[in-house]
Design a protein. Structure first.
Length: 435
């Protein structure tokens, strides 16, 4: 006998399954589980600069790459941050920072001496070595979202502040090649003849030119991530020692480093065809002129940093405003308008502060010549990496002991190829989960 139908009868209604509500990112299978991640993190070690590129170093790079992908996946799906927990448990933030400084110094001092000899022979291995810095800073970018990471870093973050200061200075250097880019063959106005010329130019590139192009692309990616880390350092400054705060305000003056990034942002560009592009999740994306004033996550980072640098008590107590700093800071006042305030309401406080500052008398800059003593803490980790090194000798040693093979018979590259055998790596690494 059939049941009578009534308003609560749902027997004929299709029920929603649990998996229908799951976010697409959460359907991605984890790269690492808790136990495997702990083993990876526990095995991380510090290398000498002459060991960069060895098989052991490449294996650690592969581990860092997997840890980075998994950390991004955890952040995107709001899952347990077990990658960060492992780094804190095994006290490996120090190793992460050491590796970051190591590869930076290698790129500055050793790589230029190797380029001519190894170009065309070890391009892929060199590319992975160059990309290692981007992997590390991308992982650190996820970690720095949390205040307790800054507490755990302590005075070691002096090294990180110095590192970020160097990257922001490079990003502000308008003579650097960040804004030089290839012409897009799909641009309006490009003829068939010019498209053929563009293709011929790409084909005519030498291996050395290819590596230089990769170097610049990776360096831009690194500097962009440094902007986010600088914002987090400013936000969590009250959780760090005063020596680190002093490094931010006195040594590098983060506030003035952010002013040119607002005035002349490297993440916005106009192509020869007249099209506008913005950098979104590390990818150049076309933007219509009517949408140019819509703020991306990346464009919001400098404004957030400026807000924290002006509003936090720990900075107000230490930051001495003189006429030079005042004039530099007021350069960005003209960019705060109603449309900006609608998107970033906290800018109203900055606007009011700048309006008051404009009519306030501040002293002229004074020389430090009258100071009897001026103490500054040394960046111990960077000094230790460089101490006693003769870079031509290091480069020659690496040619003899590290780069003894070609890309065709490089077994380490086969292991890296397995990591990038699907689209998961690009999908995760190209996504910025922090705001």
């Amino acid at each position: 006998m059939a049941r009578p139908a009534h308003q609560w009868d749902t027997s004929g209604v299709k029920h929603m399954k649990i998996e229908d509500e799951v976010l697409p990112a959460s359907n991605v299978a984890p790269i690492l589980d808790h136990m495997e991640a702990e083993r990876y993190v526990e095995s991380l070690k510090k290398f000498d600069i002459s060991e960069v590129g060895t098989s052991q170093w490449m294996e650690q790079h592969r581990k860092f790459e997997k840890l980075n992908i998994q950390a991004h996946q955890n952040a995107m799906t709001n899952s347990e941050e077990f990658i960060l927990a492992s780094f804190l448990t095994f006290n490996k933030l120090d190793t992460l920072l050491h590796d970051l400084l190591l590869i930076e110094i290698w790129k500055e001092s050793v790589y230029p001496l190797l380029l001519e000899t190894l170009a065309g022979r070890n391009n892929m291995r060199l590319y992975f070595i160059l990309y290692h810095e981007a992997t590390l800073i991308n992982l650190l970018e996820v970690f720095m979202y949390y205040r307790h990471v800054c507490e755990a870093g302590g005075e070691k973050f002096l090294e990180l502040v110095d590192y970020v200061g160097r990257k922001l200075t490079r990003l502000n250097n308008t003579s650097y090649e960040f804004r030089q880019h290839d012409v897009d063959p799909d641009d309006v106005g490009m003829t068939a003849e010019s498209a053929k010329s563009f293709a011929a130019t790409l084909e005519a590139r030498s291996p050395e030119e290819e590596l230089k192009k990769h170097f610049m692309d990776i360096e831009l990616r690194i500097c962009i991530s440094a902007v986010s880390i600088a914002r987090f350092l400013s936000e969590h400054a009250d959780a760090m020692p005063l020596s680190v705060v002093s490094r931010i305000t006195d040594t590098h003056d983060f506030l003035l480093l952010f002013v040119p990034l607002i005035e002349n942002p490297p993440w916005t560009r106009r192509l020869n065809s007249g099209k506008w592009q913005k950098l979104v999740d590390h990818k150049w994306t076309e933007v219509k002129p009517i949408d140019l004033l819509k703020i991306t996550k990346l464009e919001g980072q400098p404004w957030l940093a400026v807000y924290y640098l002006l509003a936090k008590e720990v900075f107000r107590e230490r930051y001495f405003l003189n006429s030079f700093r005042k004039n530099q800071l007021l350069r960005v006042r003209k960019y705060i308008n109603e449309l900006m305030l609608d998107q970033l309401p906290f800018l109203a406080d900055i606007q009011r502060y700048m309006d008051e500052l404009a009519v306030t008398e501040v002293p002229e800059p004074t020389s430090l010549g009258n100071s009897v003593f001026l103490f500054q803490q040394v960046a111990v980790m960077r000094e230790a990496i460089q101490k006693g090194k003769k870079w031509p000798e290091v480069a020659q040693l690496q040619i003899q002991t590290v780069f003894t093979m070609t890309d065709k018979n490089d077994k380490d590259l086969l292991m890296m190829a397995d990591l990038y055998s699907d689209d998961l790596g690009d999908a995760m690494v190209d996504t910025d989960p922090v705001v």
